[in-house]
Design a protein around this ligand. Structure first.
Ligand SMILES: Cc1cc2nc3c(=O)[nH]c(=O)nc-3n(C[C@H](O)[C@H](O)[C@H](O)COP(=O)(O)O)c2cc1C
Length: 350
């Protein structure tokens, strides 16, 4: 049995399952595994603090990662750019990456999903190089992360091809709105019924996929579930957290771009949460370069294995992740679970 949706058809993928971007970490091997297993793998906007200190740019990293993906799979995949005002390299990425894709026929055929987040939904579509890429015959589609209805409205005004609707239970970057995936999905789908939607935040099971598809989304995107996979690049200490954690073991704190959801540990329990964007901007002006590097070091420390004093980005879905598995098994178990749920639910109609 196959679950065919507007998203599986748009990207020519077998299953309605997408990898959520997880920068500043590397998700190249994860991208390959997800795409090979019939989902849509996504390269993160990667650059660890050690990359930054050694002069390796996010642009070079993205190019290298793209080349690694097409060496190992011929399936479709995508990439993320965080378009926040705090991302110094975002403007260069929206120029250089479309040019790079255009210069390589295989990349042009396979790299067909651009997901922007954490900032402007206009930055990529306004890039002359992105326009040229589209005019050159690329089938690339642009989605932007919408964690609130008013942000989805802005995405529609920017002529996006779709939105990734991410609720407050999700891991990592969060909006100030704090609305759950269940509610924000209904708000956006009610107002924009024809907008292609990928539901994100809190998904890790067949029940979740069935619920998202029933509500009108065309796929789910998952971050925490894929961290706990054999193929993900996260340290064994990091990827072992979800199977033993409870749903209530995460906390929202202030991160570099705004609120972030972290696993509770020594690091997160000693960080506060700003109330709104104005408070965040005030806090940023007081931050020194050393403070910013210290924050980057905390991310990198966790990624490399220090889950006590490092920043462990994870969502509430850790409460429904029971084991560390191969990506293929994760995807197949979720799809077969969703099929059972959807068949059962169809039986309710008389
Ligand atoms: C480790 C980690 C890093 C993340 N980094 C990014 C990022 O760079 N860009 C982005 O748009 N979202 C980022 N997110 C958010 C995810 O894309 C996604 O919204 C979230 O993981 C969904 O919740 P889930 O973890 O319950 O699946 C990150 C999440 C995690 C867990």
């Amino acid at each position: 049995m196959v679950l065919e949706t507007n998203i599986t058809k748009m990207f020519g993928i077998k299953h309605p399952i997408v990898a959520a971007p997880m920068g500043p970490f590397y998700t190249t091997k994860l991208t390959i595994a997800v795409s090979e297993a019939g989902g849509l793998g996504v390269l993160s906007h990667s650059a660890l603090v050690s990359d930054y200190l050694s002069g390796r740019s996010a642009i070079q990293i993205m190019k290298d990662n793209m080349m690694e993906v097409i060496e190992h799979t011929d399936k479709p995949f995508g990439f993320n750019i965080r378009t926040s005002r705090r991302e110094a390299d975002a403007l260069e990425l929206v120029k250089e990456i479309p040019k790079f894709i255009m210069s390589n026929q295989r990349l042009k055929e396979q790299c067909i999903y651009a997901i922007t987040s954490a900032g402007s939904s206009k930055m990529l579509p306004e890039s002359q190089d992105y326009k040229k890429l589209k005019e050159s015959g690329s089938q690339i589609k642009h989605f932007h992360v919408a964690p609130a209805l008013w942000l989805a409205d802005k995405c529609v005004a920017s002529n996006v091809d779709g939105v990734v609707v991410t609720g407050n239970e999700g891991g990592g970057h969060q909006s100030y709105e704090k609305v759950s995936t269940l509610v924000v999905l209904q708000q956006i789908l009610n107002k924009h019924p024809d907008l292609p939607v990928i539901a994100c935040g809190g998904f890790a099971t067949g029940e979740g996929l069935a619920a998202a598809l029933s509500m009108g989304a065309g796929a789910i995107a998952m971050g925490s579930r894929f961290i706990a996979s054999e193929e993900s690049e996260f340290s064994i200490e990091y990827k072992s957290v979800p199977p033993k954690a409870k749903a209530q073991d995460t906390i929202l704190v202030t991160g570099a771009l705004g609120p972030i959801r972290l696993w509770q540990n020594e690091y997160s329990l000693h960080h506060g949460l700003v109330a709104d964007k104005d408070a965040k901007i005030a806090q940023e002006t007081a931050m020194t370069q050393e403070d910013i590097i210290a924050e980057g070091r905390a991310y990198e420390a966790a990624y490399k294995g220090d889950t006590n004093s490092g920043a462990v980005l994870l969502g509430q879905s850790i409460g429904i992740i029971e084991s560390l598995k191969k990506v293929k098994d994760i995807i197949e178990d979720i799809v077969s679970g969703a099929e059972k749920r959807l068949k059962k639910a169809a039986g309710y109609i008389s």
